[in-house]
Design a protein around this ligand. Structure first.
Ligand code: SF4
Length: 406
């Protein structure tokens, strides 16, 4: 029997990621490429990013003209940059790459760095999607995570975003904290749901080496997070969010389904999960362009130095590129399944896969799919086409499925 799904079509368009590697302070769990206390580098950094965009724009083949349908300012804390600085980067993108007329422009922001005036200015320059690092509604958990904000800052930021006219808002939440109770997580979910935002991203806390949270756990000051508890949190979230009209479309992501409106998928992240092209600008930014996985110099100072000395480079490289790894057909097929299985509702379309690679999923990966079907981690469904996706059980054990395609 055919089931009815909310299918979003993939696009041949291209995406842009801009990395902003500055934060007010380092959160206790964070191992991202970001730095506290380097705000003095911001003006030179903004100039370097504009230069990199210009450099890639100069070698851009005409086939890319105006195909950029998403821009994502991630970090770090992009909202540490003034609207004027963000605008400089947007102007460089518009001039050198060109936008699709319905471009989605997202900005990651930390509550505590926003005012109504700043929010209005972001909207005025074209930001049409905001992703707020909410994390928790419990003050002691925010302190444990080393966040700079309070719950009140989150509530104000959401209010500012709405007053500024933003219709597309995401909240990031974290669960599975050391010593957390299910009641505390339920409270965070309840507060997040009461804000009626368009999109929610829920992440299980991972303890990364070199972080201060890891040090506290190693010293016995905090218990190691319990994975069974994290699974209970996830299960609770799946139930609560579904009952409030959110569509669970990716392992960690939910989009609001309002009657008569579009579903608020994150179009930028869909580009990654569909294993489609994206350009990355800025320190440590990654890209996937013209068959190459690209990585830029990590530290903002190194990145700025490289851009100061910049000469012209062949497409898709820039002066900041430190890794350019060519992706062969086999790798691209594996990546496409591995990433596509994250789309828990839609999975990987067999027809779509065959159109892209000239063979069906079963022809490409007969043994892998057979093993996963036997373990009940994946299932075939019939919709607009035959699709392979994780089972509900498989969603809890995603890594066991993904490892088949690594
Ligand atoms: S605000 Fe985000 S990027 Fe910055 S330190 Fe905290 S978790 Fe990391």
């Amino acid at each position: 029997m055919k089931s009815k799904l909310m299918i979003y079509s993939w696009s041949m368009n291209t995406a842009v990621y801009i990395h902003i590697p500055f934060c007010a302070q380092r959160c206790s769990y964070c191992d991202f490429n970001t730095y506290a206390g380097l705000d003095n580098l911001i003006p030179a950094y903004v100039q370097a990013v504009c230069q990199e965009i210009e450099m890639v724009g100069q070698s851009l083949p005409s086939s890319y003209s105006k195909k950029f349908h998403t821009v994502y300012f991630g970090g770090g804390t992009p909202s540490l940059l003034s609207p004027e600085d963000i605008q400089k980067i947007l102007i460089a993108l518009e001039r050198n790459l060109g936008f699709d007329e319905n471009v989605e422009i997202s900005l990651e922001a930390n509550p505590g760095t926003l005012s109504l005036e700043k929010m209005k200015a972001y909207v005025d320059i074209g930001i049409n999607r905001l992703s707020l690092g909410f994390q928790s509604a419990n003050e002691h958990e925010l302190r444990l995570l080393g966040r700079i904000h309070t719950l009140d800052d989150v509530l104000k930021s959401v209010e500012f975003a709405r007053l500024a006219g933003l219709r597309n808002l995401n909240l990031d939440l974290i669960y599975g904290l050391p010593g957390q109770s299910l009641a505390e997580w339920r409270h965070t979910l309840q507060v997040a749901l009461s804000l009626d935002v368009e999109h929610l991203s829920l992440y299980s806390l991972t303890i990364e080496e070199g972080t201060s949270l890891n040090a506290q756990i190693l010293q016995g000051q905090l218990p190691y997070p319990d994975s069974d508890f994290a699974a209970d949190c996830y299960e609770l979230a799946r139930e609560r969010l579904a009952s409030c009209g959110y569509l669970h479309y990716e392992i960690s992501n939910w989009a609001k389904k309002r009657s008569g409106e579009e579903i608020y998928f994150c179009r930028h992240n869909l580009q990654y999960w569909k294993n489609r092209e994206y350009f990355g600008f800025g320190a440590g930014a990654h890209g996937f362009v013209n068959g190459f996985r690209l990585v830029n110099a990590l530290h903002p100072s190194t990145y700025i130095e490289k851009m100061i000395l910049a000469q012209s480079y062949p497409f898709p490289l820039s002066a900041a590129t430190v890794i350019a790894h060519p992706i062969n057909r086999e790798e691209e097929m594996r990546d496409t399944v591995l990433l596509g299985l994250r789309l828990v509702e839609q999975g990987v379309g067999d027809l779509e896969f065959a159109q892209r690679f000239g063979k069906t999923l079963t022809q490409a990966f007969p043994r892998e799919i057979h093993r996963l079907l036997r373990k009940r981690l994946v299932e075939w469904i019939e919709t607009d086409q035959r699709r392979l996706r994780l089972t509900r059980f498989g969603q809890l054990l995603g890594n066991q499925a993904f490892i088949e395609f690594v």
